[in-house]
Design a protein around this ligand. Structure first.
Ligand SMILES: [Zn+2]
Ligand SMILES: [Zn+2]
Length: 416
């Protein structure tokens, strides 16, 4: 009895997969030529004008001031706008929404949170973010892999997706993340999470944060050796580890262990910055969440504390730029409304980077961090057709990225 039934359910799954594939919004069956007043060449750091892109299926086939117009091509003229690669957010939480960050993870059921996450994915895509790295569900287990798969199969609209799961010592309401108390437990938790579909692992390395004598104080959770064991285990499967790490010595341990990114990175020692530059470990500052918390604190005392941390972060960011460490752009959207995270570009520019440097960090470094180098992050022949448009010139005024008015992902137009 058991065997035929097992075979039957396998068949059913295969049928479901086929059905899902049939439902996916396909890239246009005919060639598409995008025409615009301008286009960003992010690698060269210049604006091309006028601009045309030929899209065949889900790929970019040709890019230039003029391109081939094959017979039957549909021309989409976006007029006085700038075409640029789909934006990348390297630090997001689809499973979080504004409001108590810890309480929502226990008051709302996982099915409810999954529906909210699917809606959040749509918001992010419509805001021009065509690829994202999801830093964990905070208690919804591997439900994010279901959302990712549905997006990748084209069943629901959303950005390309990388997923993680982690343990969070800062949250007061439990249980909302996976615990691991030793290198062995870390490896065991990671194996389970990879089995459930995680693309990478995010580890809460530091917290909770306080400021003492102008210095950030934050206890570390794992030693360098423990993080090294985690990095090794991830590497075994060709995956990477990211750390939530705000300050020393946790950030140094992460850099020594060879993590792919240090997220938040409020205060970094000279040694840490040297290693990050050497090993090309990305700092992901996530200014937007710090600004949001400072402006939406529950009490004046809490607000003052958040402002103090933000001020320190701004001051340290200048040192990090001067030290030449590589950055990626991640907003930590979720605790603040999905679809509004282009604010991160504005803040990184405001606190010391040129608009071009911010865009290169977002698109070139973001593609590397997400493991899609050579596929996304640039408008080039052979790249996936993830293309957005904004009014104005983002190299002159980066805030134009807050108003993306055209979105194509994988050759499919979602907004125009
Ligand atoms: Zn974090
Ligand atoms: Zn986060």
């Amino acid at each position: 009895m058991t065997k035929p039934r097992a075979a039957l359910s396998l068949m059913y799954l295969l049928l479901l997969a086929r059905f899902a594939a049939a439902q996916a919004p396909a890239a246009s069956p005919h060639p598409v030529v995008l025409h615009a007043a301008r286009m960003l060449d992010v690698k060269a750091g210049r604006i091309v004008s006028p601009a045309e892109i030929l899209v065949l299926g889900d790929r970019i086939a040709e890019v230039g001031s003029t391109v081939r117009h094959p017979s039957g091509a549909e021309v989409i003229d976006v007029g006085d706008r700038t075409l640029l690669p789909g934006l990348i957010d390297s630090h997001i939480h689809l499973f979080l929404h504004p409001g108590a960050e810890d309480l929502q993870t226990v008051q709302e059921s996982v099915p409810e949170r999954t529906i909210t996450a699917a809606l959040a994915a749509r918001e992010d895509l419509m805001a021009g973010f065509t690829a994202e790295r999801d830093m964990g569900t905070e208690g919804a287990g591997s439900a994010d892999t279901a959302v990712r798969n549905a997006i990748n199969e084209g069943r629901i609209p959303g950005p390309r997706h990388e997923d993680a799961i982690g343990y969070n010592p800062e949250q007061h309401i439990l249980p909302n993340a996976t615990y691991a108390n030793s290198a062995d437990e870390l490896v065991a938790a990671m194996r389970q999470q990879f089995k459930e579909g995680a693309d990478f692992i995010k580890i809460y390395e530091t917290g909770a944060d306080s400021i003492r004598d102008g210095k950030l104080s934050t206890p570390y959770q794992y030693s360098e050796q423990q993080l090294e064991a985690a990095v090794k285990e991830a590497a075994r499967l060709g995956r990477h580890v990211a750390v939530h790490a705000t300050g020393e010595p946790g950030t140094l341990y992460g850099a020594q262990a060879g993590v792919a990114s240090i997220d938040h990175a409020d205060q970094l020692s000279e040694d840490t910055m040297r290693l990050m530059k050497e090993k090309q470990i990305f700092a992901v500052p996530t200014f937007t969440i710090f600004e949001y918390f400072a402006e939406h604190a529950a009490t004046p005392a809490q607000g003052a504390h958040e402002h103090q941390i933000l001020d320190l972060k701004i001051q340290e960011f200048r040192k990090q730029i001067a030290a030449g460490i590589p950055f990626a752009v991640g907003s930590d959207v979720g605790p603040f409304p999905h679809g509004t995270q282009a604010r991160e570009f504005v803040l990184m520019a405001k606190y010391g980077m040129s608009p071009l440097a911010v865009l290169q960090a977002d698109l070139i470094n973001g593609a590397k961090l997400l493991g899609w180098e050579g596929q996304i992050g640039s408008l080039e022949r052979g790249y996936l057709a993830d293309i957005v448009a904004v009014a104005g010139d983002p190299l002159q005024d980066i805030s134009v990225l807050s108003n993306v008015t055209f979105v194509m992902k994988n050759g499919v137009v979602y907004k125009k």
